[in-house]
Design a protein around this ligand. Structure first.
Ligand SMILES: [Zn+2]
Length: 458
């Protein structure tokens, strides 16, 4: 059985636009891929060829995104001009694969599912198994009969790999799950547990590792009683992994109490199995690097929309173009980034920029004879004028090139962070040093003070 967690760095493949930053030389930037089920629903053949060929059989798992069906169905509807109001095609594919009770409630009645829809054990089990079947087979089924299948047969004959098709399977399975707030516990917690129990049997019979995905609202971080209620419900599932996602929780804006609550939660889940934070920033990585949460196996993040995520809307997100400042471990609006680079004396000359700001592959390409002028390439924008209610409105948008440069730089910075091996003291020193930038960018640097305070006390 291949390892469930391939390394400490997981990237979420959220939109087709992400592909550019996952392939080629970027393959070296991360260890494992989290694939959204709706991406597979969107273009299964394309995903299959991506996984098998262009990703060079990189380890992956599928987030079944079952929580999408407990929110208002309006989040599942298309926004397109001609298709507005219809359930998105990628979601329809998922609904078909997941079957009842989703098809009936969502497609026919246009209402979200409730836990009552799963009261019948046979329905519950059939649904659970279909969700797991989808993860296990979506890529394999596409490959069967294709050229890639012949290639895998060839590898097998040549004895290059014992079982090459194993690469087409996800590294582990994720039990169906629904989102929990303090108010939703009575409705969904027990059902989540039952899904995990069914999934455990399924995973065993397929010789697979099992993950439970726990998606919580931020309130849990401030309430240890509620946290214990959730953790204890999952203790008996026998899951190998716990994937944690706190909705709309940004480690960058969190206060100390929330961060302690978060650490406590990760440690408690560590009593069940290996833990993965599905949307984490450098703070989570620092917890791992400093050995403060021993069972934290990996931290995941997306590409353009940052390191935290709300449960709705499901998938996608509005891309923003910001420059990731390695010293602050956060993205800043371009103008703020310029202030920080100046403060760090990064505009003095090329070598100073590389030493004090960033020496990643992208920066080395851009920063040449005049760092200040060259740095502006990260902030290039264009004016777009459009008419709203008879009035002309001009808006500044980053150019596509500028956005791509920012994402590329972000990917290389993240690779360096995840591959670094600082001591806890070195992490604290760096954060305290970075906190001084609060004089330059105010609250944009405040997390450095908060993080170092929390890490120091752990
Ligand atoms: Zn860089």
């Amino acid at each position: 059985m291949p390892k469930a967690i391939a390394g400490n760095h997981i990237i979420r493949y959220g939109t087709p636009a992400d592909q550019k930053f996952l392939l080629g030389s970027y393959l070296a930037c991360y260890d494992q891929l989290a694939l959204n089920a709706n991406m597979i629903g969107h273009a299964p053949a394309a995903i299959a060829s991506l996984v098998t060929q262009r990703l060079r059989a990189k380890s992956f798992f599928v987030d079944p995104q079952t929580h999408a069906f407990q929110h208002s169905t309006s989040y599942l509807e298309s926004q397109g001009e001609t298709t507005a109001g219809r359930i998105k095609r990628s979601i329809q594919t998922l609904l078909k694969a997941y079957g009842q009770p989703l098809e009936e409630k969502i497609l026919k009645q246009r209402r979200p599912v409730t836990s009552k829809d799963f009261v019948n054990h046979a329905i519950r089990r059939a649904f659970c198994e279909r969700v797991l079947d989808f993860q296990l087979n979506a890529v394999q089924n596409q490959v069967r009969g294709s050229d890639a299948a012949k290639y895998y047969e060839y590898l097998k004959l040549k004895g290059k790999s014992q079982n090459p098709t194993e690469k087409l399977r996800p590294a582990f399975l994720v039990a169906p799950y629904f989102y929990l707030t303090p108010n939703l516990i009575s409705e969904w917690l027990n059902l989540n547990f039952q899904f995990a129990e069914i999934a455990r049997k399924y995973a065993d019979s397929h010789n697979m590792k099992l993950a439970i995905q726990v998606v919580l609202s931020r309130e849990f971080l401030g309430n240890s009683v509620l946290r214990e209620e959730v953790v204890s419900a999952y203790r008996q599932t026998g899951a190998d992994l716990v994937l944690v996602w706190i909705s709309a929780f940004s480690e960058l804006t969190a206060n100390e109490e929330e961060l302690y609550g978060f650490v406590d939660l990760l440690r408690s889940f560590g009593e069940i199995g290996q833990v993965v934070n599905l949307y984490g920033s450098y703070f989570s990585l620092a917890l791992k690097l400093s050995g403060k949460v021993t069972k934290l196996a990996a931290v995941a993040h997306g590409l353009e929309y940052g390191e935290d995520r709300d449960v709705v809307p499901v998938g996608g997100g509005i891309p923003v173009s910001k420059f990731y400042v390695p010293k602050l471990h956060s993205r800043l609006r371009f103008r703020d980034a310029v202030r920080v680079v100046r403060e760090l004396r990064g505009f003095k000359d090329r070598e100073s920029y590389f030493k004090n700001v960033c020496a990643c592959r992208q920066c080395r390409k851009i920063i040449a004879s005049n760092p200040e002028d060259d740095f502006a390439k990260y902030g290039e924008s264009q004016t777009v004028i459009f008419t709203r209610q008879g009035q002309s409105i001009a808006l500044e948008y980053p150019t596509r090139d500028a956005k791509e440069r920012c994402v590329s730089h972000f990917m290389w910075c993240k690779k360096a962070e995840f591959e670094s091996n600082p001591s806890r003291d070195a992490i604290l020193d760096d954060l305290r040093e970075a906190a001084k930038l609060e004089q330059v960018v105010g609250p944009e640097a405040a997390h450095c003070t908060t993080w170092s305070a929390v890490l120091a006390k752990l």
